[in-house]
Design a protein around this ligand. Sequence first.
Ligand code: GRF
Length: 202
Amino acid sequence: MVRLGIMASGRGSNAESVLRACREGRVQAEGAVVVSNKTSARVHDVATEYGIPSFTICRDQFSSGKVFADKLISTFREHGVDVILLAGYMRKIPPALIRAFPKAILNIHPALLPKHGGKGMYGERVHENVIREGDTETGVTIHFVNEKYDDGAIFFQQGGVPVRPDDTVQTLAARVLKVEHESYPKAVQLWIDTVYTGKGQT
Ligand code: GRF
């Protein structure tokens, strides 16, 4: 069974959507470990609910970026993680972690990249930008993680989410979030069926 490592900084609704899909058999994987940079993040409660260990690991706890990256890598390795899912993880991923998990770190972004992405483009700002630019459609992107924000190869996209004239950031964010919750499980299963299977690990 494919083992998932999840990194999240906040409420963890995307983490929950993937874990629920695993439990319901829509994704052929199991949650292995959750890592957050915040002790108070709700994603820890989600992990507990699903019986998965969760840890707070943040850069400030370590004397160097290298020791921090080593801790992340050893945590995921010790828990037998095959793929790491960023689900609202608000920090840069150390390059050493990216090298340790080639083609095996995914991120979800609440818009249609390459538009509305990059440094500082997170949370409400994404939807604000979509509205400001007058887009009539938005969506969800799941992409591989590289060393830049929202820049890695696009792996899965779901468009067709309407932007209505009377939308606020909140109404739009809620509409997109529903689609995120459908998309991340689908993308994870697609990763398993293509990338993971292609590595000869079935
Ligand atoms: C989601 O909108 C995700 O696309 C973005 O951060 C948000 C996280 O929400 N990267 P949640 O913690 O999964 O509820």
